[in-house]
Design a binder for this molecule. Structure first.
Ligand code: GRF
Length: 194
């Protein structure tokens, strides 16, 4: 044993294109002390673009057969120390949430507690933000608990809502903020865990 610290093993759950996963991979690669590494990428969809990003980066992947089966997910999470939901569209079974309490985080594309909860995903979030007339939106990283988008908030990044915004233009602005916020929080948590 050299006594050197091993990077914290981070499992990332994805359903979509995986730009947040990519931001995380890039940031962890660039981080000199490397307090964390992505140890596995897990998806409920075989066609998630995020899986291709993981494979390109040489990271093992798992596609879940049944995302509501806690045992299947627990087996895939294996020796993960931190779990990141990065565009994961399924509810995590309570047994898995309990196993990773305060070690599982989610990123949501709005300033929670507003504009979260069941049905609030993708462009719907940004459409609701625009319909409400608020002047600011942003991204939230929070711990996962048994309800969608309800766990304790860890950090938020704010962006302005601009005149003439559409759900798509607002989504793009928020996504950029997500790509900065998520790696920052993961690195911070990893330093505290290691
Ligand atoms: C992000 O907006 C994230 O906040 C939400 O889903 C989107 C995922 O985008 N939960 P990507 O797959 O990381 O590109």
């Amino acid at each position: 044993m050299t006594g050197e610290k091993q990077p914290v093993r981070v499992a990332v759950l994805v359903s979509g294109g995986g730009t947040n996963l990519q931001a995380l991979l890039d940031a962890l690669d660039d981080s000199p002390a490397r307090p964390a590494r992505v140890s596995r990428v897990i998806s409920n969809r075989t066609d998630a673009g995020a899986l291709a990003r993981a494979r390109r980066a040489g990271i093992p992947t798992t596609v879940l057969h049944n995302s509501s089966d806690p045992n299947e997910l627990l087996a895939a999470l294996d020796d993960a120390e931190l779990v990141v939901l990065a565009g994961y569209m399924k509810l995590v079974p309570p047994a898995v949430v309990a196993r990773f309490r305060r070690r599982m985080i989610n990123i949501h594309p709005a300033l929670l507690p507003a504009f979260g909860g069941p049905g609030m995903y993708g462009q719907r979030v940004h459409a609701a933000v625009l319909a409400s007339g608020v002047k600011e939106s942003g991204a939230t990283v929070h711990y996962v608990d048994d309800e969608f988008d309800r766990g304790p908030i860890i950090a938020q990044a704010r962006v302005p809502v601009e005149p003439g915004d559409t759900p798509a233009t607002l989504a793009a602005r928020v996504l950029e903020a997500e790509h900065e916020l998520l790696p920052k929080v993961v690195l911070d948590l990893a330093r505290r865990l290691s």
